[in-house]
Design a protein around this ligand. Structure first.
Ligand SMILES: Cc1ncc(COP(=O)(O)O)c(C=O)c1O
Length: 417
């Protein structure tokens, strides 16, 4: 069980005061906060070990050690078979652009790829841009508008022998809808030899990832979404790292996985990543287990607590007839969604809502969140998208209550009650 007070004590950002107010962070889907231990690890690395790889002196060796350990930690987070299946980069978007350039070298005119309307466009545009260059046909899977889940029938109808790639979000950063990736990969494999590229950026702080169980070819996440620093973390099955060719500078060593990590990497972020993953593991509150085992237990605790937050939010939001919630609203289906909620208020632009809350230091977002396909399909582009409220395991029921007190004040001000 999550002890939220113990968790919150570890995050300086959660304990700050702005204008005499303790801010409320409901912007988890946009980015989480790092714990003090993560900050210490970053400062620790930069204070003593900052160096490049391959040197004949201590800090270079320490840097190599940091990178090895970070790869091991990421391997455990993803349940990869081998740490060398992990590649680091600036962020998820940059890594996806890198992979789209590498994978498209294997495409031929007339091939087909599939993206989805549920996705953040960091997992759409890189593929579409390369497809256009290569004369490859792009299909986009629709969303079921009633509950903002992926339309599996549509997906199934799009897969065929010419399909080369399926790029799909594990969970929507707008509605929190979780995609059954295991089932999607099965559909893909039953009808094609296509590769799967999974965006796990939104799901990573909420649900255990298991690339072996998913049987996906690629999976990417971003550490700043799960209490770490800004760092992209990409998994690929080892055969893909070996067979594909990266764009690299000629003198750089041609060894995996380093040949995919162009330029000087963010080693301090890798130092922070390890600690962030161990922080998640610490939520299991057990001793003497492997890191992976701790993560398995920890994510169960996270889900249990986040479901509690979701139940409170859903129960209260349903009482507002002027509010339309997009996505799964059924308590019985909480394991099909993350605690990320998007809604619109009749007659009000989303920005007006986020500005009102922002003035009270309740941090939430408005807009399209780069999930252009979904916002377009829901017909919300012209009206400014949606308001998004996203919880993390460090949020509290009292914060949700405060949200509703302020929502009432906002609606009263707008005379919408
Ligand atoms: C679901 C999802 N995918 C991808 C991204 C892009 O990640 P990054 O900022 O690491 O490029 C985001 C960022 O918000 C996201 O929410």
């Amino acid at each position: 069980m999550i002890n939220v007070d113990v968790c919150r004590a570890q995050f300086p950002a959660l304990n700050q005061t702005i204008d005499g107010i303790n801010p409320v962070f409901f912007d988890g889907p946009g980015g989480s906060h790092p714990s003090q231990a993560v900050l210490d690890a970053i400062v620790g690395y930069l204070s003593t070990s900052s160096a490049n790889l391959g040197g004949a002196y201590f800090s270079s060796r320490q840097t190599e050690q940091t990178m090895r350990e970070a790869r091991e930690a990421a391997k455990d987070l993803y349940h990869a078979k081998d740490a060398n299946e992990i590649v680091f980069g600036a962020n998820a978007t940059s890594l996806s652009f890198m992979m789209s350039r590498a994978l498209s070298k294997t495409w031929e005119k007339g091939d087909e790829i599939i993206v989805t309307a549920l996705d953040h466009y960091s997992n759409v545009s890189p593929w579409v841009i390369e497809a256009e260059k290569a004369g490859v046909i792009v299909h986009q899977v629709r969303v079921n508008e009633a509950d903002c889940t992926l339309d599996f029938e549509h997906l199934s109808s799009l897969v065929n022998k010419k399909t080369r790639l399926f790029a799909c979000s594990y969970a929507s950063n707008v509605t929190g809808s979780i995609v059954d990736i295991k089932a999607a990969v099965k559909v893909l494999k039953s009808k094609s030899n296509a590769l799967s590229y999974i965006d796990a950026v939104h799901i990573a702080p909420h649900q255990l990832i298991d690339v072996q169980a998913l049987d996906c070819d690629f999976l990417v996440s971003s550490a700043y979404k799960y209490f770490g620093p800004h760092l992209g973390v990409l998994f690929a099955k080892i055969q893909h790292w070996e067979a594909l060719q990266p764009d690299k500078v000629a003198p750089a060593k041609d060894i995996n996985p380093n040949r995919w990590e162009t330029g000087t990497q963010n080693y301090e972020a890798m130092a922070g990543l390890m600690v962030a993953i161990d922080y998640i593991g610490s939520l299991a509150d057990v001793e003497g287990k492997s890191r992976r085992k701790k993560l398995e237990i920890a994510y169960q605790c996270v889900a249990q607590y986040e479901h509690e937050l979701s139940r409170v939010f859903l129960d209260k939001i349903k009482a507002y007839p002027q509010i339309t919630l997009y996505g799964i609203a059924d308590d019985a289906r909480l394991n099909e969604r993350t605690p990320t909620f998007s809604f619109s208020v009749e007659g009000v632009r989303p920005r007006a809502v986020s500005e009102f809350f922002g003035e009270q230091h309740v941090c939430l977002w408005d807009g399209h969140f780069y999930a252009q396909g979904l916002i377009e399909q829901l017909g919300l582009s012209e009206s400014g998208g949606v308001v998004r409220v996203g919880f993390m395991h460090y949020n509290t029921i009292d914060e949700i209550k405060k949200f509703f007190v302020l929502l009432d004040a906002f609606l009263e001000k707008k005379r919408l009650v």
